[in-house]
Design a protein around this ligand. Structure first.
Ligand code: PAZ
Length: 324
């Protein structure tokens, strides 16, 4: 591609991004979200006492929905459970990072993964004198969830923001990135959310529930503009950026991850296959492909522990280089 073609396609992408945000339904409580972000980042940049500024990572988690009607009855969704994002958040906090956890409502939450599916009903019981007690098999899991979660929130190291639709997700991600801009190289983006590739623009979306009496549904989905470019170029250019690539066909996975690394100028792309994503991932950088596996000799091990360890090491080197 010559440089003229390059700048034409960049201009096109900028226009698509602008049009996406201009036509998106207004984000509920945008001012409140921006205030929370500002306070969280300020607090972690100048922690009480003589502590040095904390590194801040934005972890995205779970899948975005694509509404088909403005008064939404139906939507397109994806498989993501939010397990990767929630588990990674715990390891980042353990490594001393402050985490902005941008998650899909109803998906896995940090510190809650050893709890049963319906924790409120399964973990608690009401005794004769009406006191609520934790049921024996769940005591340790509840204690851990409550104390670790409360410690992270009370310590000012975890800020949770939720989304459902692709519109909410990208609007909040933009606000987070812009709020993190001044952190320079101390900012990290760990983009594990499964983000829709196609959407129905708000203005061309039916207002009311689509009627089946009109026969087969013929609907045009538009490509979601690639926001990674804007994140790297404008929103937070100095941040250390890790994106994820998921495929079901192992033959194309690494090639696609390498393409994403180059195209969006990511520092790392974590490549994973749908069926083995909890066992192993391959981290693609400018000159390496690093296989990261769960320790299969330990029943409760996960792939996120070695993955976050690797990322923290690479981010430290990046911060050091940026200081020179
Ligand atoms: O959320 P989860 O733990 O079920 O799955 C994690 C994942 C596969 C969504 C994540 O590792 C990932 O690859 N996210 C990016 C997906 C994509 O290519 O859009």
């Amino acid at each position: 591609m010559d440089s003229r073609n390059g700048s034409v396609s960049e201009a096109l992408l900028d226009a698509e991004i602008e049009s996406f945000f201009d036509s998106a339904p207004p984000l509920k409580d945008r001012a409140g979200i921006i205030k929370k972000l500002k306070e969280f980042i300020e607090y972690n940049s100048t922690p009480p006492g003589k502590g040095s500024p904390r590194r801040v990572v934005c972890v995205t988690s779970g899948g975005t929905t694509v509404p088909l009607e403005q008064r939404c009855v139906r939507y397109i969704d994806n498989f993501s459970s939010g397990h990767r994002g929630a588990t990674s958040t715990e390891y980042f906090i353990k490594a001393g990072y402050a985490v902005i956890f941008l998650y899909r409502r109803g998906t896995f939450q940090p510190y809650c993964q050893s709890l049963p599916e319906d924790p409120l009903l399964e973990c608690f019981e009401c005794s004769d004198d009406s006191t609520i007690q934790v049921r024996q098999p769940h005591t340790e899991a509840v204690k851990r969830a409550v104390s670790d979660h409360h410690a992270a929130i009370a310590g000012g190291h975890l800020l949770k923001l939720s989304f459902t639709t692709i519109f909410e997700y990208l609007q909040i991600l933009q606000s987070i990135a812009m709020s993190m801009k001044d952190l320079g190289s101390l900012a990290v983006f760990y983009l594990a959310a499964a983000v829709s590739d196609f959407y129905v623009p708000w203005k061309s979306m039916a207002e009311h529930k689509i009627q089946s009496a009109s026969g087969p549904l013929d609907m045009r989905l538009v490509q979601v503009p690639k926001m990674l470019s804007a994140l790297k170029k404008e929103w937070a250019p100095m941040a250390f950026c890790i994106s994820f690539k998921l495929e079901t066909d192992s033959k194309i996975l690494l090639e696609k991850a390498e393409m994403a690394l180059k195209k969006y100028r990511m520092h790392m792309v974590v490549a994973n296959e749908l069926s083995t994503r909890k066992e192993e991932v391959t981290v693609v950088t400018g000159n390496e492909k690093i296989l990261v596996c769960r320790d299969k000799t330990q029943a409760d091990s996960d792939v996120e522990e070695p993955l976050i360890e690797l990322i923290v090491g690479r981010h430290s080197a990046y911060v050091k280089d940026s200081d020179l």
